[in-house]
Design a protein around this ligand. Structure first.
Ligand SMILES: *Cc1c(COP(=O)(O)O)cnc(C)c1O
Length: 373
């Protein structure tokens, strides 16, 4: 049986009645921009995440950009972000005119390495953007202390970590701002693009809300330049439906991860991802490291067995052509990131994976491991 990397239909089609009801409600009242569906979804998210302000937006990328704009990040400023992440983290910093300074990551959790951040912080550094990559929190106690020492704002890129926790607190609710993505492949996936920005700071929350609508307050009066960062009412209505089922999705991802961790332990040449203590991993991805230069061979092997797998990410941000012009200190010494880009491989972990499918994935990897002895 083929095993896709992700199957959005397996999750969404059983919700057809609920999603159709949401669609018909929005079609009925005709309020397609902001309005009650958006207010309701924002309230649902505040309650679920335990945060004061939630501002639903057009994408995870726009949530990050809006956070940077609300913190008044300017040309000439520097923002620390991990080199090993999805493009949007660094791309948004560039769009403000500031310099993204790429920091190496830790090999055990794929997250920002604060000892490298300490080497790269300067008097121009204004903010730090930890990414809770693959669904597990960065070390937020140490990061918060680091930010305090250097007077930096924290923007958490929680695009892959909706519902993950660091201790008692939800990822995304610890820094000045947290940004989430509801891109269809994320662990809370919409039926299109959308995202969310959260904060516990009343002033920042109010300001971000104004920037979401072109900096307009009151109507047609602009004290600030914002943009159109709005979420569609339809998307908010669909996401409220999916949020009702979210806890069961997370439990099934965690069960799949536990299965792989047990089945694949000791496979030669494979390093399994680690769930660190005091963090709740929500397994947006299950990412292996394949040693001895055999990553691409494992990818081929899985594809030959009709098993979906993907390299997140084949290049780190300091290696991207569009960042080649950045000053040397913004791109230096990301050796762990380079190594991970050559070793990582993500395998199917989505909630609707059947037990025979995940067994097939495990068996194929075990067979590959043996063949390399
Ligand atoms: C998906 C993702 C984003 C961007 O989210 P979009 O909704 O696709 O714009 C940003 N950062 C990380 C780490 C992501 O995985």
């Amino acid at each position: 049986m083929p095993v896709p990397l992700l199957d959005v239909n397996a999750q969404n089609h059983p919700l057809t009645a609920e999603l159709t009801e949401a669609f018909q409600r929005v079609l009925g009242h005709g309020m397609f921009i902001l309005g009650q569906e958006v207010t309701q979804f924002e309230a649902d998210c505040c309650a679920f995440l335990g945060v004061k302000h939630a501002i639903a937006v057009s994408s995870g990328t726009d949530a990050l950009l809006l956070a940077l704009m609300a913190l008044d990040i300017q040309p000439g400023d520097e923002v620390l972000c991990p080199a090993f992440t999805f493009f949007a983290t660094g791309g948004c910093v560039s769009r403000t005119g500031a310099v993204p300074v790429f920091v190496d990551v830790c090999a055990d959790d794929f997250n920002i390495d604060l000892s490298d951040a300490a080497r790269k912080v300067t008097s121009r550094t204004k903010a730090i953007m930890p990414v809770h990559l693959f669904g597990q929190s960065a070390d937020m106690n140490a990061l918060t202390a680091f930010a305090k020492t250097h007077g930096l704002s924290i923007i958490e890129d929680a695009a892959q970590a909706f519902g993950a926790h660091y201790g008692e607190r939800a990822c995304g609710t610890i820094g000045e701002f947290g940004a989430y993505s509801f891109f269809p492949s994320k662990n809370l996936g919409g039926l299109g693009d959308s995202g969310l920005l959260v904060t516990n700071d009343d002033k920042l929350g109010d300001y971000a809300r104004i920037l979401r609508v072109h900096g307009m307050a009151p109507k047609y009066y602009h004290h600030h330049v914002g943009a159109n960062f709005r979420i569609d009412a339809l998307q908010a209505a669909f996401l409220s439906v999916k949020l009702r089922h979210f806890t069961s999705y997370t439990e099934r991802r965690q069960a799949n991860a536990a299965f792989y961790l047990q089945q694949l332990s000791g496979v030669p040449g494979i390093v399994l991802p680690k769930a660190l203590p005091d963090r709740t991993h929500i397994w947006n991805q299950f990412t292996l490291r394949v040693l001895n230069g055999r990553r691409d061979a494992l990818l081929e092997h899985l594809r030959a067995h009709k098993i979906g797998a993907e390299v997140y990410y084949p290049l780190s941000l300091d290696q991207q052509a569009c960042f080649a012009h950045l000053p040397e200190h913004a791109r230096s010494a990301c050796t762990v990131s380079h190594q991970l880009a050559a070793e990582v491989l993500s395998i199917p972990i989505y909630p609707e994976l059947s037990s025979s499918q995940r067994q097939e994935v495990a068996d194929a990897i075990i067979a590959f491991g043996r063949s390399g002895d």
